[in-house]
Design a protein around this ligand. Structure first.
Ligand code: TPP
Length: 286
């Protein structure tokens, strides 16, 4: 097993050039944005797994977090329409089950406008890895309410405060039948890298929710202007899923439950589909 010291040491090695397009660096993200941390952790995860860029296809929607893989990664990337990355990714996986099909996109994209695609991709247990960067807002368009915005928060579209409760997207995906679900924050970089690696190894549908700061669009509304303000909040509010199991709903209010929420071994959708199609075709021709 790898020691945390060697893991930390490796974390500092620059991987730009091997996986990332150098010409567009340093970054398009706002100061303090969590997308850079997600990009860094993801690059570390694929390096530690030894995945080659030719074996990955990234599919994104529209939003700040969709810029994490596209255009930064040197792999093939499909930058699609807002809300539809899972629909496109499903098509890619069905035609190329040999590739790692990876969606990195925002909470608006994946759980809002694309929420139905998410539920059914999880239900099918199709071999797609989804990394939902949850900044609790529509970051790119300036801080509108999203399905994951906490209750009582003012946004540009809820100036008198959000009166809806946030969607527990990771729990929803687990209930729908995904093989792997976990949640971490940009404060938890080492467990996040580990979760990303676990998700990428899974044969069926895998989902990692990453709570990530948006100090510009969201932060201006809640008066938290620095990335570090959010990291402090994530550290203080996070509770591990094992500990959360013994806590009441009241105790869990305003907490962020982190850790592995689900791990199963259901057969992956495309392999079932191919097996059944082949059997039917053999029966017809024989
Ligand atoms: C069909 C459609 N509706 C709305 C938009 C406008 N739009 C672009 S990005 C975005 C929200 C992005 O929020 P999220 O997916 O959470 O990603 P973030 O920018 O926060 O990373 C919206 C509403 C669009 N491009 N297409």
């Amino acid at each position: 097993m790898e020691s945390s010291a060697s893991s930390e040491n490796k974390f500092k090695q620059p991987l730009v050039g091997k996986y990332l397009r150098q010409e567009i660096l340093p970054t398009a993200f706002c100061p303090g944005c969590g997308c850079g941390t997600v990009l860094n952790c993801f690059t570390r995860a694929i390096e530690e797994l030894g995945l080659s860029p030719e074996k990955m296809v990234f599919v994104t929607g529209i939003g700040c977090s969709s810029w994490i893989p596209s255009p930064y990664f040197k792999s093939d990337t499909l930058h699609t329409t807002h809300g539809r990355p899972l629909a496109f990714a499903t098509g890619v996986k069905i035609m190329r089950p040999d590739l790692h099909v990876i969606v990195i996109a925002g909470d608006g994209d994946v759980a809002g406008i694309g929420g139905n695609h998410l539920i059914h991709a999880a239900r099918r247990n199709i071999g797609i890895s989804v990394f939902m960067v949850n900044n609790w807002t529509y970051g790119m368009t300036g801080g509108q309410v999203s399905p994951t915005t906490p209750f009582g928060v003012p946004t540009t579209t809820t100036p008198y405060r959000n009166v809806e409760h946030p969607l527990p997207a990771a729990e929803l995906v687990a209930a729908a039948g995904a093989n792997y679900v976990s949640r971490w924050t940009t404060y938890h970089v080492f467990p996040l890298v580990k979760a990303m690696k676990e998700a990428l190894r899974v044969k069926g549908f895998s989902f990692v929710e990453i709570i990530s700061q948006c100090p510009v669009s969201y932060g201006k509304l809640v008066k938290m202007r620095k990335g570090s303000d959010f990291l402090k909040q994530y550290r203080e509010q996070s509770v591990n899923v094992n500990k959360a199991a013994d806590m009441s709903d009241e105790e869990l209010e305003e907490k962020i439950v982190v850790g592995k929420l689900q791990e199963k071994n259901r057969e992956e959708f495309v392999s079932v589909l191919r097996r059944i199609n082949e059997r039917f075709q053999n029966e017809r021709s024989g």
